[in-house]
Design a binder for this molecule. Structure first.
Ligand code: PLP
Length: 351
């Protein structure tokens, strides 16, 4: 049976710590819709935003949903220390450091140097400052785009901690590991369908960012298992569409296995678009600047250069390209990222 209740029943079988503020609001973006409608000279579907920038923990964002389940698994394993790897300006590490502080666990974060040529504000401000405030122990990893090497080094850190008598839990997001965090976005899928029903609308398409892919996989599989059949557009923030599609498909299979759901998602239901990625992870292009500007001026929404300005640019770009023509309601899932904005202050406003 594919209903929100049946999915909730499945999710209840997984350990979870409850630290986020849920449900997050669902809002209409009327001024953005009017702006694009005037620009394009045609009627557009209503554009909605799921405010997962308001998940509450340490400035919010998608990682709070994911980490409720990851920390649930860590606690169930008796862990006392969280060990995490990510980019220097990782929202995942910042949110995990906050969870660990709240739960009384030690937290080690490994900062991967993924974005070259960045100055002091990138290396010290934004999420890095918050990591420090939440008491995380910092480790530096010089390589950028080598997920395997970063995970191997993380295992070394964990082994050292074990030798010191700690019980570490590794929070890795590689496509070989169990996608526990995706469960958080299945929970979000239920929330979205309940809120849509309360508003008396149904969504014809959904737009999410796709990086580690926990958000994309959880949203897609969660919506399908809750009975929604519309397209879920993944906007690439780290890899090109081809490699991201492969990643999402393989994580979908792991998630189906974890839920014992059998095969739910066909390969061609995995949609990844890299048109707004620019030269790569953490690098801004014109559409990224425009997204920050339009989100702020028209909707008082804050989107960040690495993730949410790119997915918001995807929403705008797909609208302009006619991908939503004839539809009634389109949902953009805002995944947060606020602290990262301050790491790019001089790139966004150089004066
Ligand atoms: C603010 C924000 N949005 C989106 C993403 C991408 O989500 P995912 O890693 O689940 O694909 C991230 C990942 O770090 C993020 O920090």
């Amino acid at each position: 049976m594919r209903t929100p209740e049946a999915l909730q029943h499945r999710l209840n079988g997984f350990p979870r710590v409850r630290l986020g503020h849920f449900p997050t609001p669902l809002e209409k973006m009327e001024r953005l819709g009017a702006h694009l409608s005037e620009e394009l000279g045609k009627a557009l579907p209503a554009l909605w935003v799921k405010r997962d920038d308001c998940t509450g923990v340490a400035t919010g964002g998608n990682k709070a949903r994911q980490l409720e389940y990851s920390f649930g698994a860590a606690k169930a394993a008796g862990a006392d220390t969280a060990v995490i790897t990510g980019a220097v300006q990782s929202n995942y590490m910042r949110t995990a450091a906050a969870f660990a502080a709240k739960l009384g666990m030690e937290c080690h974060v490994q900062l991967e140097n993924r974005v070259e040529g960045m100055g002091e504000e990138y290396h010290k401000s934004g999420n890095v400052l918050l990591d420090r405030i939440f008491g995380a122990r910092m480790h530096h990893f010089p390589l950028g785009e080598d997920e395997k090497a970063a995970d191997t080094n993380l295992s070394r850190i964990a082994a050292r901690l074990k030798g010191e008598g700690k019980n570490p839990y590794l929070f890795t997001l590689s496509p070989e590991t169990k996608p526990t965090g995706a469960l958080g976005y299945m929970q979000c899928a239920i929330e979205v369908l309940e809120q849509a029903s309360a508003e008396g609308v149904s969504f014809d398409a959904v737009v999410v960012p796709t990086g580690s892919a926990a958000t994309h996989v959880g949203t897609l599989l969660g919506l399908r298992l809750a009975g929604y059949d519309g397209p879920v557009h993944g906007i690439c923030v780290r890899r090109d569409a081809e490699s991201q599609t492969e990643r999402v498909r393989s994580i979908v299979r792991l998630a189906e296995e974890m839920l014992a759901s059998g095969s739910v998602i066909e390969d061609d239901e995995v949609i990844c678009r890299d048109d707004w990625l620019g030269p790569g992870y953490g690098k801004m292009v014109e559409s990224t600047h425009e997204a920050i500007d339009l989100a702020g001026r028209l909707e008082a929404l804050i989107v960040d250069p690495t993730y949410t300005a790119k997915s918001f640019a995807g929403l705008i770009g797909l609208t302009r390209a006619g991908a939503f023509d004839g539809m009634g309601n389109v949902l953009y899932i805002h995944t947060g990222g606020l602290p990262g904005l301050f790491a790019y202050r001089s790139v966004i406003h150089p004066d």
